[in-house]
Design a protein around this ligand. Sequence first.
Ligand code: AMP
Length: 415
Amino acid sequence: MKFRTIKGTKDILPGESALWQYVESAVRRVMQSFNYQEIRTPAFEQTGLFARSIGELTDIVSKEMYTFLDRSEESVTLRPEGTAATLRAFIQNNLGEQSPLTKVYYIGPMFRQERPQAGRLRQFHQFGAEALGASSPQLDVEMMVLPLEIYKQLGIDRFSLKINSVGCEKCRPAYKQLLQTELRKVFTQLSHDSQVRVEQNPLRVLDSKDEKDRELTAGMPLMNNHLCDECAVHFASVQSLLDALELTYEVDGRLVRGLDYYTKTAFEITSTALGSQDALAGGGRYDLLMEELGGKQTPGVGFAAGLERLLMVLAKLEKNITASSVPVIYFVGLDEPSRIWAFLKSNELRRQGICAEVDYLGRSVKSQMREANRMQARFVIVVGEQELKTKTARLKNMQTGEETAVSLDHITFPS
Ligand code: AMP
């Protein structure tokens, strides 16, 4: 074969798409019940939007973005995540003027040039939500509840929720200095990646996956013990709301997440059913990001969750979801006039919303029956010269084998 998918991208084939639709409709259902409206932003944006919001020094911006010059020499980037574009759309379209709180969700492809492996793709799909305009800790908790509710409705209950507070512009600088002083003491023993981060983004050294780094930083001060009063109160409120909702969580002082824009709450949901790439969803508050992108000061909080990861968990748990549409009726035509009649009749039924199927390949009666079976059609009607003349035929229930007489002018299906 001449052409293949690009490394790290995948086709979603007809046999799989029904499952995607099933999961997506659970996402939409839950989002709607929490009163979130869908937003669809373009798949590519000006490069500066992502560099500015996610942070120049993050892995995403420094190593993983699909960035290129278009034909008019403008630098554009395939979106690596959904928050920056949502905020750009909010600012550009003055959404803040229409209502004091904007609650939106999205579902769509994201692009990151990561090393492909199980659970890590270069084009993957996320669903997520953003609530813009309020600093209430209730919304931080809502961002955790939303994905958890979606997982619950899909039958997934084995997950772990980790939360942290990464502070704000008032308390983080002093803590950063304190941490840097500690990190400099062990600088030469740190991994190369962590050494780079000590000066520029020291908090990220704490969530390094490198074993040695973790050992070296084990006793180091954590942000959640150095919060200002406002951040401490906010973090305590988040925890008491989670307690009130009886949601199990763990405070993980090392959780900082890979994006620079978070303030106060950060969280991650992992699944025990997944291997090394176990992150299902993550999110947090970003009260300074709107201004950073040129908008009015607007607090915000959001989450993003991987769809492929969710489908992997469903596959691991062997959830038996048969969401594919199967024909209600399959017409078997005995001769050419019957085939044409069946084609026209199935069009009529389809316009009434009934899934009807016919043979387009001129197959024998036997193989048409086999095809109806393979498609798991609920009913079959065999039509020939005789049936067309009398306008009656036998409707066969494929599950029970039972046959009943039907009028070809008014086909009705027993329930
Ligand atoms: P992030 O925006 O990095 O916080 O990612 C949010 C969620 O998206 C993760 O928890 C994963 O479920 C999913 N995700 C992130 N990157 C990838 C990837 N390269 N391939 C598949 N899923 C991903």
